[in-house]
Design a binder for this molecule. Structure first.
Ligand SMILES: Nc1ncnc2c1ncn2[C@@H]1O[C@H](COP(=O)(O)OP(=O)(O)OP(=O)(O)O)[C@@H](O)[C@H]1O
Ligand SMILES: [Mg+2]
Length: 244
């Protein structure tokens, strides 16, 4: 469904990503790990259509990606909520842009908020929410517009460990029910192993894909407690030590 072919991108004459190719299958989830500055956000920006590759090609469902589309939802590193709009209106925003009537978009937004445990917070404004709550509003907004692909840039990085694990659980169970594939960027190896059916390492200067890990046990109940989980974390850490 998503096909990235030989993409390169640089800024001010300096190449950041070189000759990157990647395909995402409809029932898949991919997590990308890479050192700061290696081009992870740049890659998501290009997939979302907000930036153009210097070379190569990105296709989504057989159409060239050259501008943002409502099919691809993007949760930004800082959530991207509008502080002057209520929680409900933030969640309904994508639907409004799509031209969905007010009654229907309000209903959908309410349902999404309920699914993410935010019932009763519809009339609040983002500045009064905690980091985890803002995160859930951003996820609700992304799912409300019925995307075909979800991009997430370090979505849980500013949260405490327990809230973070709860939101990882929420994301995984939402994926299990909606089957909307996602591509997530993180600095946490544990998060990558919990949320990625496939895990990619990006590193080098310019960056390339320097590791690919298939996570056979992804999505298993109590995965965080299993030997397979810890084993994959160790394998990835070892490779990161060698290629960073
Ligand atoms: N619009 C831009 N103009 C100039 N340079 C840019 C621009 N966007 C990104 N860069 C540069 O490209 C490189 C990759 O940036 P990017 O934000 O993609 O890194 P990242 O992997 O997401 O890092 P982090 O983990 O810190 O978020 C950096 O050196 C950055 O300074
Ligand atoms: Mg980034």
């Amino acid at each position: 469904m998503l096909k990235i072919s030989n993409v390169s991108k640089g800024f001010n004459g300096k190449l950041v990503l070189e000759d990157l190719s990647l395909e995402l299958e409809p029932d898949e989830t991919i997590v990308i790990l890479g050192p700061s500055g290696c081009g992870k956000t740049t890659l998501l920006n290009m997939i979302s259509g907000m930036e153009k590759p210097d070379a190569g090609h990105i296709e989504f469902n057989e159409l060239t990606v050259d501008s943002p589309s409502t099919q691809i939802a993007f949760i930004l590193q800082d959530f991207g909520l509008l502080p002057w709009k209520t929680v409900l209106n933030n969640v309904a925003l994508g639907l409004k842009i799509k031209g969905v009537a007010k009654k229907e978009r309000t209903e959908i937004a309410r349902r999404q908020l309920k699914d993410l445990g935010l019932q009763g917070r519809e009339k609040d404004y983002p500045p009064v929410l905690s980091g985890g709550e803002k995160q859930r509003v951003a996820i609700a907004r992304a799912y409300a517009s019925d995307p075909k692909l979800l991009l997430m840039d370090e979505p849980f990085s500013s949260l405490d460990a327990i809230t973070r694990e709860n939101l990882q659980d929420t994301l995984l169970s939402t994926w299990k029910t909606t089957s909307v594939p996602y591509l997530l960027v993180t600095h946490s190896v544990e998060e990558a192993v919990f949320l990625g059916k496939r895990i990619l390492l990006l590193s080098g200067s310019p960056s390339r894909i320097t590791g690919v890990f298939l996570n056979e046990d992804f999505g298993r109940p109590d995965f965080r407690q299993t030997d397979a989980y810890f084993r994959l974390i160790r394998t990835i850490r070892k490779q990161m030590g060698e290629s960073w």
